[in-house]
Design a protein around this ligand. Sequence first.
Ligand code: NAP
Length: 270
Amino acid sequence: MANSLFDLTGETAVVLGGTGVLGGGMASALASAGAKVVVVGRSEDRGLARVREIEQAGGQALFQSADALDMASLTAARDAILAKTGSVSILVAAAGGNRPDATLPPGSDFCKLSREAWNGVFDLNLVGGSLLPSQVFGETMLAQKKGSIINIASMAGMIPLSRVVAYSAAKAAVINLTKFLAREWATRGVRVNAISPGFFPAEQNKALLFKEDGSYTERGAQIIGHTPMARFGSAEELAGAVIWLASHRASSFVTGQNIVVDGGFSSTTI
Ligand SMILES: NC(=O)c1ccc[n+]([C@@H]2O[C@H](COP(=O)([O-])OP(=O)(O)OC[C@H]3O[C@@H](n4cnc5c(N)ncnc54)[C@H](OP(=O)(O)O)[C@@H]3O)[C@@H](O)[C@H]2O)c1
């Protein structure tokens, strides 16, 4: 990887939500390209497991606990990370997900959707998933005049997906905020982009996609039927997009973009 456009040696990458399936996969990818990776989340067990996996593969990683919804916790985490690493030049903001009470099953009434459920999904995906980490780590990157922020949005943020109304709207807002910050910080050394995954089996959605016997649920089968590649994605398939956007050499003139990784889902109707 030395001297390649995609070499991240010398960079420190913070992966908020690195304790999860997609964030963890992207943490491993960044480490494989040479970055020192800080896995951040609330779950110490899952965070340390990811750190061990990265180290066993020959990479460098550490775990830092933080609650993405709590500015004081994020600021303390950033300061603890800086004390150990000296800089943070890559942020992957991957905390997020839906919640059951914000889902509208067939026949349910949109007019009855609770404000609490709506706000909870917006808080997690827009505030904790993008706004607060951009503020906390963006401040550091602006001072360094160097940084790449990668927000994990969703294909549902481009085309509203049935049932997950608040999630789709929150992810649309993440894409919008990504573009706003890209313009705001374009001359100050900080690039801001998003990755929008399609459907990737993870903790938060596996019950939605698979029955206990491993076969598809009705919803899972519908999704596969609408995906030109006729399969779900796997976390490793986000590696190329995240390494490219993280690399200050490979994507030096790329900011404000939303890179869709969805097996073609958003490119087709029936
Ligand atoms: N899987 C998909 O098909 C798909 C598709 C499009 C977009 N996405 C997005 O990809 C991202 C990762 O999701 P995933 O599918 O990998 O699900 P996941 O395995 O459930 O991961 C979700 C992550 O969010 C973190 N998180 C939740 N609340 C948090 C909080 N208050 N503070 C810090 N971290 C918090 C969790 O960490 P802790 O529990 O350790 O705090 C966990 O690491 C999310 O933004 C999701 O919306 C996923």
